[in-house]
Ligand binder design. Structure first.
Ligand SMILES: [Zn+2]
Length: 351
């Protein structure tokens, strides 16, 4: 049983697909090739991390490209042995003179639904507002997301460079609209800014799901508050090391979160950027952090509880959890995928 609740579309583009899209568009490859441009070799900060993620942006300027990468992202998640995935992206980035916000969002929505239909694995789409975009663009993104509630779109998020754009208050009306439309809410917070940003996001927007939240562990009082408020942290281990949100795997705050009784779920954030898929992140939990069976069970239980999916999908996932090990990829699919995968099973921080 493996649920991947934090995964970005732009960091999931297959390098082979990037090469084909570039060739079609007449865009020359980066000097070291697409895979090197997309994958981050060593830890730095969130700004550098996002530069790697954005290397594929010029390739995503058509409806066909967006639909294709969305479908492939679901297919790759399924092949990785995942049972459910929520893929997120920032549509405002991909708008062009001949590609409206509606075109962008509908293309990705279709791709996610195609991937889910093709694999038989449920998948949801989370729409991200971006901190560096104007209030007008973010308001339009939120409105477009609300209009697709009930399709693949399941939630609204806020992403982007928290270090450069920490202000949260301008986003309150957008999250209120999402809530009214029946969408879930999750917010990237406490990743590059102090842990207090998590408290601000919960109090301002009413969300209970927080992307990363790593800095929360710097303050024991905030950890106690997060447990009492049942805040759920979407943990992405390898991403946190590459962005500097955690100094090392051993120092990663997931242990503090679990020991404090905080709710935790897993994501792979940007699997091509990190070179690590959700099953690899699980491998780190098992082999490097020695989490107990109770912790793994708790992560799977929480993942089903907080997933932005229908009650029917939750019931099916719970039934599957009763017959398969917690926090474990589908072994058959996973083994086949590993022979083909562009990602690695170990990175230097695991040694
Ligand atoms: Zn993220």
């Amino acid at each position: 049983m493996l649920l991947n609740l934090h995964s970005h579309l732009e960091g999931s583009v297959r390098p082979s697909t990037a090469g084909q899209l570039a060739e079609t568009l007449g865009i020359p490859p980066p000097p070291q090739g697409w895979k090197t441009a997309m994958t981050m070799a060593s830890p730095a900060n969130l700004t550098v991390f996002l530069q790697h993620v954005s290397s594929v942006y010029p390739l995503l300027g058509t409806r066909d490209a967006l639909r294709r990468v969305a479908r492939e992202a679901v297919e790759d998640a399924h092949a990785d042995g995942q049972d459910y995935v929520e893929i997120r992206f920032g549509p405002g980035t991909h708008v062009r003179p001949d590609l409206t916000l509606s075109h962008v969002l509908n293309a990705v929505d279709e791709g996610i639904r195609e991937g889910a239909a093709h694999t038989g694995m449920p998948a949801g789409l989370i729409v991200c507002m971006l901190r560096h975009h104007s209030p007008d663009i973010n308001a339009a993104v939120a409105q477009a997301a609300c209009s697709l509630a009930g399709s693949a779109v399941v939630a609204l998020d806020l992403a982007g460079d928290e270090r450069l754009f920490p202000d949260l208050e301008p986003f309150a009306p957008m999250f209120a609209a999402a809530n009214a439309a029946g969408l879930g809410i999750t917010v990237h917070a406490g990743e590059a800014a102090p842990g207090r940003a998590v408290q601000d996001a919960v109090q301002l927007f009413g969300t209970r799901r927080i992307g990363h939240g790593s800095r929360l562990a710097d303050d024991p009082a905030l950890l106690t508050w997060a447990r009492q408020e049942q805040v759920c942290i979407e943990v992405c281990l390898s991403s946190n090391i590459l962005t500097g949100a955690a100094n090392s795997l051993r120092d990663h705050p997931i242990t503090a979160f679990l020991n404090s009784g905080c709710r935790v779920v897993l994501g792979d954030d940007d699997p091509i950027t990190t070179g690590m898929r959700a099953s690899d992140e699980l491998g780190l939990l098992r082999s490097q952090l020695n989490l107990t069976a109770a912790h793994l069970q708790q992560i799977s239980d929480t993942s089903i509880d907080v997933a932005f999916c229908t009650p029917q999908t939750k019931a099916e996932l719970r039934e599957r959890l009763n017959t398969s090990p917690a926090c474990s990829p589908n072994v058959v699919r996973h083994a086949a995928w590993k022979r083909e995968s562009a990602c690695r099973t170990t990175r230097y921080w695991t040694s």
